[in-house]
Design a protein around this ligand. Structure first.
Ligand code: PLP
Length: 376
């Protein structure tokens, strides 16, 4: 099998697997219990926390572990609204986000809008990048939080996070950055007050994410209970998952440049192997190069996927594909239904070899050509 679905999830690094092993069964103590074994688990979690904070790389804040990045995003948005209410700042009742955000952001915002908050969704330009003039025009002193992602999971395009954060701060708003697809791959620009990340996108285990919070910008408690994570997110932490996330973050931090160069070379090889009949969806320059979302007139991407069962790739976001709905991101950049249906997402990274990627691209191009011949 050739695995080209790195945006959906990444293979677990051998170093991560090894680091987690003792914590799966042998070291089973509750990290919040006062025994010697409990303290050992707690210490391992604190080492992991520092590693995740170092990989995020921002100063003046700290990380709380969550179950997923989806939870971190829900917490950031709903908890920020909760905090404003607790502090009597209810006049700040506007949420602003971007049309191409992940469902975790868009659906949380829609939920908050159903409770009476005022939601503004800013469109993107054809290259997938938010229109900063439009954003600036919409911001006022009623905005509570602006949410924007660093790297788009479907088309790989980068949003100008530092500029968005500066604009949000100019009107006294907070800024949430969904950095799930950027962590360990790119530097997270300074500016956000809240940053959501996930272990399984950086060769760590599934089922653990984190929310980085600038000091003073902590959202209200989201999960109440035993008071773990400084009373902000209750629930017994999993040493195994935290240690795995820490090991993955350390590796990603150390290998960032090497991985980036590798991905650049893979991008060049893939675009060369596909040939000139394909159009790249989203900006070609402002992007993460491990995400290649392409389309070709007349291709039924679902049929290509069905034909090439031993190549794992995607039709859009892993969440939207299978739903039968065309991707909201592809629609937001102006593609019509036909163009969206002819789009394929290839995701590659640290463990992808040039040879397997070139082979997969050749077979995808051949499958698309044979569809054309059948239609002619
Ligand atoms: N945000 C982005 C950009 C993503 O790609 C994903 C996962 O697909 C998420 C958020 C949700 O992450 P998790 O799987 O940890 O809930």
């Amino acid at each position: 099998m050739i695995y080209l679905d790195y945006q959906a999830t990444t293979p677990v690094a051998p170093e991560v697997d090894e680091a987690m092993e003792p914590w799966v069964a042998k070291k089973f103590a509750n990290p919040h219990s006062p025994s010697r074994w409990g303290h050992e688990a707690e210490a391992a979690i604190e080492v992991a926390r520092k590693r995740v904070e170092r990989a995020i790389g921002l100063k003046g804040g700290s990380v709380a572990f969550t179950g997923t990045a989806t939870e971190a995003i829900n917490w950031a948005l709903k908890g920020t609204v909760g905090r404003a209410k607790q502090r009597g700042a209810g006049h700040r009742n506007r949420l602003v986000t971007i049309a191409t955000e992940h469902a975790a952001v868009l659906d949380s915002c829609e939920f908050l809008a159903s409770l009476g908050l005022d939601l503004t969704i800013i469109p993107v330009k054809r290259d997938g990048i938010v229109d900063l003039d439009l954003l600036e025009e919409t911001l006022d002193d009623r905005v509570l939080i602006v949410a924007a992602m660093l790297v788009n999971n479907e088309i790989g395009v980068l949003q100008p996070i530092a500029e968005i954060a500066a604009m949000a701060h100019d009107v006294g708003s907070l800024m949430l950055c969904d950095a799930v697809q950027g962590l360990g791959r790119l530097t997270i620009p300074d500016g956000p007050d809240l940053v959501a990340v996930s272990a399984h996108k950086i060769h760590g285990p599934k089922g653990i994410g984190a929310l980085w919070m600038r000091k003073g910008a902590e959202p209200a408690t989201f999960i109440h209970g035993g008071g773990q994570e400084r009373g902000m997110r209750s629930g017994t932490l999993s040493p195994q998952l935290c240690v795995g996330f820490g090991a993955a973050a350390k590796l990603a931090h150390e290998r960032c440049e090497r991985d980036y160069d590798h991905v650049h070379r893979l991008w060049a090889a893939a675009t060369h192997a596909l040939g000139s009949d394909w159009t790249i969806n989203g900006s070609v320059s402002h992007r993460y190069f491990g995400n290649l979302n392409i389309r070709r007139d007349g291709v039924d991407a679902a049929r290509v996927l069905a034909e090439l069962r031993d190549i794992a790739f995607s039709l859009g976001s892993a969440c939207a594909s299978g739903s039968g709905r065309p991707s909201h991101v592809l629609r937001a950049i102006g593609l019509d239904y036909r163009e969206a249906r002819s789009s394929i997402r290839l995701g590659f990274g640290r463990y992808t070899t040039r040879d397997e990627l070139v082979e997969a691209c050749g077979r995808i191009a051949a499958a698309a050509k044979s569809q054309e011949r059948l239609l002619a």
